[in-house]
Write a protein that binds this ligand. Structure first.
Ligand SMILES: *[C@@H]1O[C@H](CO)[C@@H](O)[C@H](O)[C@H]1NC(C)=O
Ligand SMILES: *[C@@H]1O[C@H](CO)[C@@H](O)[C@H](O)[C@H]1NC(C)=O
Ligand SMILES: *[C@@H]1O[C@H](CO)[C@@H](O)[C@H](O)[C@H]1NC(C)=O
Ligand SMILES: *[C@@H]1O[C@H](CO)[C@@H](O)[C@H](O)[C@H]1NC(C)=O
Ligand SMILES: *[C@@H]1O[C@H](CO)[C@@H](O)[C@H](O)[C@H]1NC(C)=O
Ligand SMILES: *[C@@H]1O[C@H](CO)[C@@H](O)[C@H](O)[C@H]1NC(C)=O
Ligand SMILES: *[C@@H]1O[C@H](CO)[C@@H](O)[C@H](O)[C@H]1NC(C)=O
Ligand SMILES: *[C@@H]1O[C@H](CO)[C@@H](O)[C@H](O)[C@H]1NC(C)=O
Ligand SMILES: *[C@@H]1O[C@H](CO)[C@@H](O)[C@H](O)[C@H]1NC(C)=O
Ligand SMILES: *[C@@H]1O[C@H](CO)[C@@H](O)[C@H](O)[C@H]1NC(C)=O
Ligand SMILES: *[C@@H]1O[C@H](CO)[C@@H](O)[C@H](O)[C@H]1NC(C)=O
Ligand SMILES: *[C@@H]1O[C@H](CO)[C@@H](O)[C@H](O)[C@H]1NC(C)=O
Length: 417
């Protein structure tokens, strides 16, 4: 009895081994088509596969499933790689430094751990005909891809698309991005569309011509638009962001964040030369970091603002009316120890506390008008650094009275909420 079951067990073990011997479960470092053909009957290749070859064309036949990663690295003669049966890669599909690869065909591929496509200057399209549905981390850098067609992702951790000079359309179906979204240095004025995205942890856009995320409600960490050529920003469903930076967007005319109530960190709008009127934040109530507005600003209105926990620095090269900010400061809404609001031919208001080096840096490099310098220096007594401004400025020191009272009032309000 016992002997028979032992023999039966041994038989099972032998069968299992024949179907899945070490060829199908050991790391393979392939250099040729012959190496790949050794695993063609594996079905599932239960290890990682690394390819480094001087062949021009390679085909991975037979394998449906790679449980580890598939890497093809530094193979400068490879023009074409196909995996006609491959549907799943447990780890990362990692292609790097394939300088003349122009064909990447994986018609069945739907699931993988991650995608790394780096320095593939001849690759113009992904032949992922079934549409990749699941991949957590995606890096597409320095390719000639014209779009991300073939990636049909619903949820990703990171998506980084940078330095792809031919990509003129970046459309991603994802509904959530739990890590970072980075779109930078692609084709000039690339149009970016994430029509379903509801939340993203942090997102940065550079050198984009337009960014559309109509469903976006929340940015858990940072949201930044830097050096883009876009004309407008419209994110009317966003209710909260961790921090918001809009800087050096030379074509920007307008921004609308109609539902934004809370910025958890800093709020920076700087050096957008054509964006002069900041009106698009009608519901913004709380900024937990600092506000820094710089550039060619004529008007800024934050009608619902009740609380800024950091400093407030408004420094315009244009004629700017500080009165609403002065009033908010006087009322005690600004809890930081720094408040500066200044523009050309208008008032400068500073709280009688130290102006940090940031404030003085931002005003340096301009022609000086000694009269106004003197008045600024004279009236910001108690400041730790001297300011030199070219702008014609009058100084209206703001009484330090009230801050403590209103601070207490806000603390009470916050406790009530
Ligand atoms: C794979 O083989 C190539 C060429 O023989 C070698 O340069 C590389 O170090 C090997 N990689 C691994 C991970 O064994
Ligand atoms: C292991 O499996 C592969 C693929 O099925 C097969 O080609 C090879 O002959 C097998 N080797 C042994 C020792 O069974
Ligand atoms: C691939 O292998 C993994 C691990 O063995 C398994 O969970 C998965 O179901 C396999 N997928 C396919 C399509 O066979
Ligand atoms: C993308 O995936 C969705 C489901 O997540 C599916 O309905 C749709 O047909 C897919 N589109 C393409 C082009 O594969
Ligand atoms: C982006 O869209 C605009 C308007 O549809 C179009 O004029 C522009 O050419 C697009 N950008 C690129 C890089 O295709
Ligand atoms: C994204 O947010 C995380 C915190 O969740 C932070 O550690 C990381 O530095 C951020 N990345 C960028 C590019 O801002
Ligand atoms: C970000 O916010 C969304 C929506 O409120 C939430 O579901 C998600 O857990 C948050 N993610 C992180 C990384 O905090
Ligand atoms: C962004 O634009 C600013 C102002 O035009 C420029 O000084 C800076 O070098 C640009 N940054 C990058 C990374 O191109
Ligand atoms: C603000 O969000 C609400 C839902 O929370 C929505 O009904 C409304 O249309 C949004 N407002 C704007 C201006 O988009
Ligand atoms: C800017 O956007 C606001 C809010 O959407 C709108 O009321 C205003 O007319 C726009 N201004 C311009 C110049 O487009
Ligand atoms: C805006 O431009 C000024 C002067 O060129 C520079 O000092 C400052 O760092 C810029 N600010 C941002 C946020 O880019
Ligand atoms: C500053 O804005 C004004 C409009 O308020 C515009 O006429 C001027 O050209 C802008 N300056 C620069 C340097 O873009």
């Amino acid at each position: 009895m016992a002997l028979r079951s032992l023999l039966a067990l041994a038989g099972v073990a032998v069968v299992a081994r024949a179907a899945d011997n070490s060829t199908c479960s050991s790391f393979l470092n392939a250099t040729s088509q012959a190496d790949l053909d050794k695993i063609a009957s594996c079905g599932t290749f239960d290890a990682s596969l690394s390819i480094s070859t001087d062949a021009g064309v390679l085909t991975l036949n037979g394998v449906q499933n790679i449980t580890g990663s598939l890497s093809i690295l530094s193979s400068v003669d490879l023009t074409s790689f196909s995996a006609p049966t491959l549907s799943q890669i447990g780890g990362t599909l990692d292609l790097e430094g394939l300088t003349i690869l122009d064909t990447l065909s994986m018609p069945q591929l739907t699931d993988l751990g991650g995608i790394k496509l780096v320095t593939l200057p001849a690759l113009e399209e992904l032949q992922f005909n079934s549409g990749v549905q699941n991949a957590r981390d995606i890096l597409v850098s320095d390719t000639s891809l014209k779009s991300l067609e073939g990636l049909n992702l619903s949820s990703v951790d990171t998506l980084d698309v940078n330095n792809n000079k031919n990509i003129d359309d970046i459309s991603v179906a994802a509904t959530e991005i739990s890590g970072a979204l980075n779109i930078a240095f692609n084709a000039d004025s690339v149009n970016v569309s994430l029509p379903n995205l509801a939340w993203v942890n942090n997102a940065t856009f550079r050198y984009c011509g337009s960014v559309s995320m109509p469903q976006l409600q929340k940015v858990n960490n940072s949201l930044g638009f830097v050096n883009n050529t876009l004309y407008g920003l419209q994110f009317d469903n966003i209710q909260s962001v961790g921090s918001l930076t809009i800087s050096s967007n030379s074509q920007l005319r307008n921004a609308s964040f109609a539902n934004l109530t809370t910025i958890g960190g800093g709020f920076v709008i700087a050096n957008n030369t054509r964006y002069g009127k900041i009106f698009g934040f009608p519901k913004l109530k709380t900024v937990r970091g600092a506000i820094e507005f710089q550039g060619n600003l004529t008007q800024a209105s934050l009608p619902s603002l009740e609380e800024v926990d950091g400093g407030v620095l408004i420094d315009s090269s244009n004629v700017f009316n500080c009165s609403s900010f002065d009033a908010a400061h006087k009322k005690g809404d600004f809890h930081g120890d720094k408040y500066v609001c200044e523009g050309k031919s208008t008032t400068i208001s500073t709280k009688l506390t130290s102006l940090t080096s940031t404030a003085s840096d931002s005003s340096s490099g301009s022609n000086s008008d000694s009269g106004s310098n003197a008045s600024a220096a004279a009236t910001t007594s108690g400041s730790s650094s001297s300011k030199s401004k070219s702008k014609n400025q009058a100084v209206a020191p703001v009484a330090a009275v009230g801050t403590g009272l209103f601070g207490t009032f806000f603390a009470m309000l916050l406790q009530l909420v």
